[in-house]
Design a protein around this ligand. Sequence first.
Ligand SMILES: [Zn+2]
Ligand SMILES: [Zn+2]
Length: 244
Amino acid sequence: MKLTVLGIWAAYPKANDACSGYLLTAKGKNILLDCGSGVLSSLANYINFEDLDAVVLSHYHADHMSDIYPLQYAIDLLIRRGKRQEALLIYGHNDEAVFHTLNYKEACIAKPIKEGNDQNIGGVSFKFFKTKHQKTCHAMRVEVDEKVMVYTGDTGWMEELAEFARHTDLLICETSLFNQQKGLNEGHLTAGEAGRIAYISNAKELLITHFPHEGNIEELQHQAQEEFRGSPVLTAHKDMIITL
Ligand SMILES: [Zn+2]
Ligand SMILES: [Zn+2]
């Protein structure tokens, strides 16, 4: 499977960049993980929207889903022009009324994600795990050809997350805070905690992302690396591609 980073910023995007969004390419399918502000523009560098097979949303904060709405217009226009036949399936939890806004005309269909059992999305096996956040949020575990990738979405510290991420080849972990900011914003991880989750879960590689706008990202990398001893901590940037 291949992961293309489309955006990395918490809350709002920097110039010519985007909030959370990752394109997963596996088994010939294009699956978008989160669709925050700016992600649609980044995505257009890689695929035509007629070739997008599904979207999976971790939660309904705008930095993870606001570009869903222009994406709905795009899919509707493509269908009406005969360039796309299938409706786009958009997966998210149905604990909040926002879920129903994922439906759009005949173009987009909201599909509930399920915790626990494996869920087949676009031919790819997903598992979901509820994280600790201000709104209901799910981490996702993707398995393709014996390779495993886990994306945390947004979360505060919870040791159970390390269990969910056990033996992952790639852990994509939110890193919203510097160690010295611990407690500043509940429902988010410090860099050290991200490194600690990677260490406990025995991840092969850690990709830190979902960055704050102030401070030095290199310092976040160092703080995560102190906890994830001996294994690589990669710093996400737009257009980064990781193949597993
Ligand atoms: Zn966020
Ligand atoms: Zn959030």
